[in-house]
Design a binder for this molecule. Structure first.
Ligand code: NI
Length: 144
C-alpha cells in the first residue's frame, strides 16, 4: 500500500465549552481553552489517502485534486472562522482536535473516495492544534 499525504494550514478561533455542564466545571476542565471570548490556533492539517499507484498515471490520487477537495470542504469553511458558531458541519460539537479530525474525515470521505484512482481510499486525517498537540482519526478502511 502507498500512503499519500497533503498538508494544509488554516487559522481559526474556538472555545471548549460543554453547555450541559456548569461554568465552574467548564473552567476547571478546559482552563484557558474555556475563555468566553474565544482564542485562536494556527492549525496544520494532514490528509492521507491509501491505495496502489494507478497504472496509467502513477498516482494514488492527483494531489491537485486532493487539495481542491480539502480547500472546498474544509479550508473555505474553517479558515479565519469561529469553529463554534460559523461552521455548519461542526454545529453541536465541542471543537477539540479529537472531534475536529473525526468531523473533517466524514466531511472529506465521499469526495476523496470518488476522486481517487481504483480502490484508493481516505486513510486518515491528522490535525496539529499546536506543534505539540496532535489528534489523528484513522478508522482503517478496508481496501478491496
Ligand atoms: Ni484551543
Amino acid at each position: 500500500m502507498i500512503y499519500v499525504t497533503r498538508k494544509s494550514h488554516f487559522n481559526a478561533a474556538h472555545r471548549l465549552h460543554n453547555p450541559d455542564k456548569s461554568d465552574e466545571w467548564n473552567r476547571k476542565t478546559f482552563g484557558k481553552c474555556n475563555n468566553p471570548n474565544w482564542h485562536g490556533h494556527n492549525y496544520n492539517l494532514e490528509v492521507t489517502v491509501v491505495g496502489e499507484a494507478d497504472p496509467e498515471t502513477g498516482y494514488v490520487i492527483d494531489l491537485g485534486v486532493l487539495n481542491g477537495i480539502i480547500e472546498k470542504k474544509i479550508l473555505d469553511k474553517c479558515d479565519h472562522k469561529n469553529l463554534n458558531v460559523e461552521v455548519p458541519f461542526l454545529e453541536g460539537i465541542i471543537p477539540t482536535a479529537e472531534n475536529l479530525v473525526k468531523a473533517f474525515f466524514q466531511e472529506l470521505e465521499d469526495n476523496i473516495n470518488n476522486e481517487s484512482y481504483g480502490s484508493s481510499r481516505l486513510y486518515s486525517v491528522k490535525l496539529f492544534e499546536t506543534e505539540r498537540n496532535v489528534a489523528e482519526y484513522c478508522p482503517n478502511p478496508r481496501i478491496s
